[in-house]
Design a binder for this molecule. Structure first.
Ligand code: ADP
Ligand code: MG
Length: 321
């Protein structure tokens, strides 16, 4: 199977979006961006042995790659459009490719996205997914917009991603139902696209939680030059986590475990009633966990309301270098 046959067989599928003029098959894809919209673009790479274990089901790696990449669009309040895929493979194995592309298209279809191109090379297994979305002119949510007195919210539940990884690595043993749930949260973290769009007009800043709440909230604090004050007792947990894990471990995973891909966002006082009514009417799932105060230190940016001290090294998050 040569490179072109491989692309044709596994990655060239009809596109559904009207914005796609030309997809796989030419030197470039040709795409329309509607007037009054801006293009938002992000890329994420998964390397075997660094981001996933060898011998994991290829469809799971593909699904995770898509969800994780799309999560960045959610954090901007964007609507997902197109994917490009840069795939580096040690060999062209039909079975592997069939399972991988099934997972990729399954995840892409959940967001209504089309695969419009990519690149295929030989080498150590590496998967880069680039995502493109639209957002109305100058309305994208950014990290730098938080102000003193803004409330801090998080979507969904925290800690499930880290717990899922712990299950996969045999560090956590739970009942079969919780195991299924937590592993799914790790491999198929649903990007919070709808929530991102719902909060876009009310929120002052947002970020997706990939490295743990403290590390990602720290990015908002640095970009916005404010200090976050959070009440750890308000952190939201899933039933599975509540049932299987002690309080200290739950909190540690929520604060610094990572892999949750929920959103953390801030809301100015005058917009909080709007966001709270979205929560009460179940249009979004989110919890208020604190507020922003004047920046007091260049070194610490998240303050605990429970202990009245700053969170320390946990705010660093995962760094590859
Ligand atoms: P070129 O060498 O001219 O850059 P390529 O051989 O890399 O072209 O790609 C040929 C076509 O196939 C292009 O349209 C490209 O976007 C697409 N393509 C290549 N690899 C992939 C892939 N893994 N998934 C989707 N499309 C791909
Ligand atoms: Mg070319």
């Amino acid at each position: 199977m040569n490179e072109f046959a491989l692309i044709q067989e596994f990655f060239n599928r009809p596109c559904h979006l009207t914005s796609v003029v030309k997809s796989v098959g030419d030197d470039c894809a040709i795409l329309n961006v509607p007037v009054n919209q801006q293009l938002v673009v992000s890329i994420d790479t998964l390397v075997e042995g660094v981001h996933f274990l060898p011998n994991v089901l290829p469809s799971l790696v593909a699904e995770r790659a898509v969800h994780v990449a799309v999560s960045d669009l959610a954090a901007m309040g964007a609507s997902p459009q197109w994917l490009t895929l840069a795939l580096t493979l040690p060999e062209a194995n039909r079975e592997w490719l069939a399972d991988f592309s099934a997972g990729l298209f399954r995840a892409a279809s959940m967001y209504g996205m089309d695969l419009i191109g990519g690149d295929t090379t030989r080498g150590p297994l590496t998967i880069s997914v680039q995502v493109h979305g639209f957002v109305e002119h100058n309305t994208a949510l950014q990290r730098g917009g938080a102000k003193v007195n803004d409330a801090i919210y998080v979507t969904g539940c925290l800690g499930d991603g880290a717990a899922g990884l712990a299950v996969l690595e045999n560090r956590l043993h739970v009942d079969a139902l919780s195991e299924r749930y937590l592993i799914d949260r790790y491999y198929k973290p649903q990007a919070q696209i709808v929530t991102g769009q719902c909060i876009r007009q009310w929120a002052s800043s947002a970020i997706d939680i990939s490295d743990g709440l403290l590390a990602d909230l720290n990015h908002i604090c640095s970009a916005s030059q404010v200090t976050a004050r959070i009440d750890e007792s308000l952190l939201p947990y899933s039933d599975a986590l509540n049932a299987c894990v002690d309080d200290q471990q739950k909190m540690q995973w929520a604060l610094s475990g990572g892999d949750d891909y929920q959103l953390c966002f801030t809301v100015p006082p005058q917009h909080q009633p709007h966001v709270n009514s979205l929560i009460e009417s179940s249009q979004i799932t989110a919890t208020c966990i604190g507020d922003m105060v004047q920046r007091q230190s260049q070194h610490y940016s998240v303050l605990s309301l429970c202990t009245q001290t700053y969170f320390d090294s946990l705010t660093k998050g995962y760094s590859h270098f």
